[in-house]
Design a protein around this ligand. Structure first.
Ligand code: M6R
Length: 515
């Protein structure tokens, strides 16, 4: 709140030059109650206010560097809310006799499905009966009202104890929603992706960039694309991307929220260097969806739990579709393999349901394997799954979990294995089975207890591991989409046993809108 008590703000984002502003404001006599960057905003509003709130907001915004979605109230106009955004999501909800603003569309769906997406630099005044939007020069602009298709039920728990469990259970339906509109008469069609065959042939490499689980989805996607299309794929953390890209590079930017600041920055960088960008995004109207040259929506529906589950599996699904689409267009796959793989993809929702049904015993494994720091190991596609499994465990159960490429153990990490060290071995890749089995034997010989994850019917693994969880048999190239499910459940039940706040783990936000 401002010193004169006239203004109060809520802020999502980060003000990068706040120390400089704070020093200046303190010199001018303003008293700070906190160490936050946000507090500088409210004092600037007081400084620039001369009876015209819009002018004060615009002048304040002009001083701020960084990212912000601001909601402002002023005691002089108690029936109005003022909002402004820069590099941080801000959505207006249009109601009847009431209007809203939020950073995320999921917060609005139970109130209204009519929304206005604000652009960077735009300012709006909301009263119960009106919304006025102005551009960064203060000129009034007419904004279209979009209709959100997500249902209210989808944004509620529907009888489940946590959103995360509900979202795990929704995966068969979510993957079906991602597949169904894109497979017609046995062929993959990607509406929204309009590169001609000539242009596709001109692509010399693909870069996948994303953060967190979306990055791990990219790691799995890489194997699918390289195997089916024989085009080199580089997977880069968006926050580390120093792109060697040009107009012959195709960039896949993956994001559930479409608002992750690091991913947006990477996207802009790649576009500036001439690359064509495909966004693989869940939230319609999000920044990445708007900035990308083409957008492939994942159709997962609203994902509320901070730990992504259906967001991740639908990202994988879109990557698989993309790999098959490209492989066919480039003539790198024979007709028989293409038909088989498309059919196999169509079976994924059913197999996901089987995976969930087969894994009812997971809660019983929790006390044995999730009471200590955990190692997740695997090779190739299984390694990508291990990465995601370890992240899930860390973020919701707060247990220390690390993932290692199984072949790397003996290059150092195996020194950490001691009596009773839990090791989760992902072993779904038939071609690499024997090698991973050797790694299981190595860690067991040093005292580890091993929980293996493999495809049904794998007898060898039963004789080597202490416990085994199975998924249905599946083409290796798509196995990550099934294999991740038991690991999501393991993390969920571990967090539940520890009494953690599963849907809102500490220190984390659903969308990370600051770099
Ligand atoms: O919305 P995005 O997919 O861009 O989010 C990326 C990561 O922040 C996200 O996947 C994060 O790692 C999840 N909390 C993992 O469950």
């Amino acid at each position: 709140m401002s010193n004169d008590g006239r203004f109060a703000v809520v802020h999502n984002g980060i003000i990068e030059n706040y120390l400089e502003l704070r020093r200046e404001l303190i010199k001018d006599g303003y008293i700070f109650q906190s160490e936050t960057d946000t507090e500088t905003i409210v004092h600037l509003l007081e400084l620039y206010y001369d009876g015209d709130i819009k002018a004060a907001v615009m002048k304040t915004a002009a001083r701020l560097e960084g990212s912000y979605a601001l909601g402002i109230v002023c005691t002089d106009t108690p029936d109005a809310l003022y909002v402004v955004r820069e590099a941080s999501p801000l959505i207006l909800g249009v109601g009847v006799g009431e209007n809203y603003f939020a950073s995320d569309v999921t917060a609005l769906v139970s109130h209204t499905k009519n929304v206005i997406y604000l652009e960077d630099g735009e300012f709006a005044k909301l009263t119960p009966d009106s919304i006025t939007v102005c551009d960064c020069a203060g000129r009034e602009v007419k904004k279209p009202i979009s209709r959100v298709t997500w249902s209210v039920e989808a944004a509620e728990k529907g009888g489940y104890e946590h959103f995360m469990l509900k979202e795990i259970m929704e995966q068969p339906a979510a993957v079906k929603a991602a597949l169904a509109p894109r497979i017609h008469e046995g062929r993959v069609q990607l509406d929204g992706f309009e590169l001609g065959e000539e242009e596709l042939r001109g692509i010399s490499k693909i870069i996948i960039t994303a953060c967190g689980s979306a990055y791990y989805a990219g790691c799995s996607g890489r194997y699918a694309i390289e195997r089916l299309c024989r085009v080199p794929v580089q997977v880069e953390l968006a926050s580390e991307l120093r792109p060697m890209v040009d107009e012959h590079t195709l960039v896949l930017v993956i994001s559930q929220s479409g608002e992750t600041a690091d991913t947006i920055a990477a996207l802009k960088e790649c576009k500036a260097r001439g690359a064509k960008v495909i966004g693989i995004v869940n939230v319609v109207g999000s920044t990445i969806a708007k900035l990308a040259d083409f957008t492939l929506y994942t159709f997962a529906g609203p994902e509320i739990a901070v730990a992504t589950t259906k967001g991740y599996t639908t990202q994988l699904t879109v990557l698989y579709l993309f790999a098959l689409y490209m492989a066919e267009k480039l003539g790198r796959i024979d007709a028989e393999s293409y038909t088989t793989l498309v059919k196999e993809l169509q079976h994924l929702p059913r197999k996901l349901q089987q995976t969930i049904d087969m894994n009812w015993q997971i809660p019983k494994l929790v006390s044995r394997y999730a009471s200590h720091s955990l190692f997740f190991i695997g090779r190739n596609t299984d390694y990508a799954v291990a990465l995601e499994g370890a992240l899930k465990m860390k973020e919701i159960s707060y247990l220390h979990a690390e993932s290692y490429a199984a072949g790397e153990l003996k290059h150092g990490t195996i020194a950490l294995i001691e009596e009773n060290q839990p090791v989760i071995a992902v072993c779904c890749n038939e071609a690499l089975m024997d090698k991973t089995l050797s790694n299981i034997v190595e860690v067991k010989a040093r005292g580890a207890k091993v929980l293996a994850l493999s495809c049904k019917g794998n007898k060898k693994i039963v004789s080597q591991a202490d416990d085994v969880i199975f998924i249905p048999r599946v083409e290796t190239v798509f196995s990550a989409a099934l294999a991740v499910v038991p690991l999501q459940l393991l993390a969920y039940y571990a967090a539940k046993e520890k009494g953690c706040d599963i849907d809102k783990p500490k220190n984390l936000a659903k969308s990370v809108t600051v770099e």
